[in-house]
Design a protein around this ligand. Structure first.
Ligand code: ATP
Ligand code: MG
Length: 204
């Protein structure tokens, strides 16, 4: 099983940008958001159980799950939220482990936006957090998504605070500069992780 580095950070903190830099170095990237969508695709066990529980009303006209309706339901109903979480959590974990185990490299990057919110940090060997100054995070979010400042602030506030997030970090990337600065931090961490895995596997 490869060594697992979990990459997390607030919304628009630079997770995708940084994951791409690791991918360029040949590191497999496992994306928690993609897995969360894959396991409820139409025809999967989770999909069938969700339709049975909420009825066909939970489907879009094209037969796919209406994820925004589902989000709305669980946002307003703790009982349904717990039901859905207890169904999905073990399936997500199993699929994540399956995708990680398939990789032939010594370590993988697991990108998990809600690592702390969903209490998933214990599944990683190492936690890499992005530290992005609030002002820059806000500016990048507004620019990328074309939204107003009020909504952007609300989105940032709905997540755990950056100090709480950073308290879980083994390593921190500062995304307060340009891409050159990010690339050099990623390169350093890459060699550190290769070394870490050698220690883990008793090779050094
Ligand atoms: N160092 C940087 N220099 C310039 N632009 C950057 C930098 N880091 C990130 N950005 C830009 O900021 C925006 C947010 O970055 P990115 O999409 O990587 O964040 P994210 O954490 O993946 O966001 P989300 O939480 O929505 O998935 C993007 O438009 C990206 O190009
Ligand atoms: Mg992203």
């Amino acid at each position: 099983m490869p060594y697992v580095v979990a990459l997390s950070g607030g919304i628009a903190s630079g997770k995708s940008t940084i994951a791409n830099l690791f991918a360029k170095l040949g590191v497999p990237v496992i994306d928690a958001d993609i897995i969360a969508r894959q396991i409820v695709q139409s025809g999967t066990d989770a999909f069938n159980l969700i339709v049975k529980h909420f009825s066909q009303e939970i489907l879009l006209p094209n037969g796919e799950l209406d994820r925004s309706q589902l989000r709305e339901i669980i946002f307003n109903n703790d009982h349904e939220r717990l039901w859905l979480n207890s169904l999905l959590h073990p399936i997500i974990q199993q699929e994540t482990e399956r995708q990680i185990a398939m990789q032939q490299t010594c370590y993988v990057l697991w990108v998990v936006p809600l690592l702390i919110e969903n209490n998933l940090h214990y599944l990683a060997d190492r936690v890499l957090m992005i530290d992005s100054p609030m002002e820059l995070q806000l500016k990048r979010l507004i620019q990328r998504d074309g939204i107003d400042e009020h909504l952007a602030k609300k989105m940032i506030r709905s997540q755990v605070s950056s100090s709480k997030r950073l308290s879980y970090a083994d390593d921190i990337i500062n995304n307060n500069g340009d891409l050159v600065s990010l690339t050099s931090q990623v390169n350093k961490l890459h060699y550190q992780y290769i070394n870490n895995t050698k220690h883990k596997n008793g090779l050094v």
